[in-house]
Design a protein around this ligand. Sequence first.
Ligand code: HEC
Length: 186
Amino acid sequence: MLLKSLLLVAAAGIGLVLVTTAMSDTDRDHARSVERGRYLVTAMGCNDCHTPLKLGPNGPEPDMTRMLSGHPAEMALPPAPGLPEGPWNTVAAGTLTAWNGPWGTSFTANLTPDPETGIGRWKEADFAATVRTGRHLGRGRNLLPPMPYQNVAALTDADLHDVFTYLQSIPAIANRVPQPLPPARQ
Ligand code: HEC
């Protein structure tokens, strides 16, 4: 009986070794990159603005069914209220995905790998160029507040690689975020 159990344990052990070695170095690098990217995205608060908040039983909470998909396209917003010049000059929608301030109205981007509405067609170089320069794809318009691109630009190339690898691994969500609006004329 004891011998049989020992044999079973040994067989299971060999099986485990076989399964582990079946995973190639490339797979292992990819899995490690995804995990570290998830950690960086979580710790750097990308969800704070790129995942809409919804009202839950204990107050606002991120709607993870829309994880990192940006401002919900179907959410119709009235024009932002005119704000006085002065210290109180920025407002946000309750989702924290639409922001209005002296720069106009900005909407947080869809960072999921959807090819049409997210960053599914982006190469890693496109992502790096965008966050390193603070300009869309490194050559388009400047990114508007409150996107903290300077924080992301402070990452090493290896960390940026992991963030991009993680973002490409999450569920693709089709959500076409509106273009920003210029500041309203007073
Ligand atoms: C405080 C809110 C906020 C946080 C936190 C934030 N973002 Fe953003 N992000 C925005 C807004 C707003 C935009 C849209 C800016 C615009 O339209 O110019 C944006 C745009 C972007 C874009 C540009 C997309 C494009 O098409 O050019 C990328 C890439 C991006 N964010 C990545 C990130 C990552 C990665 C993190 C976490 C490290 C992050 N953001 C955290 C608000 C935020």
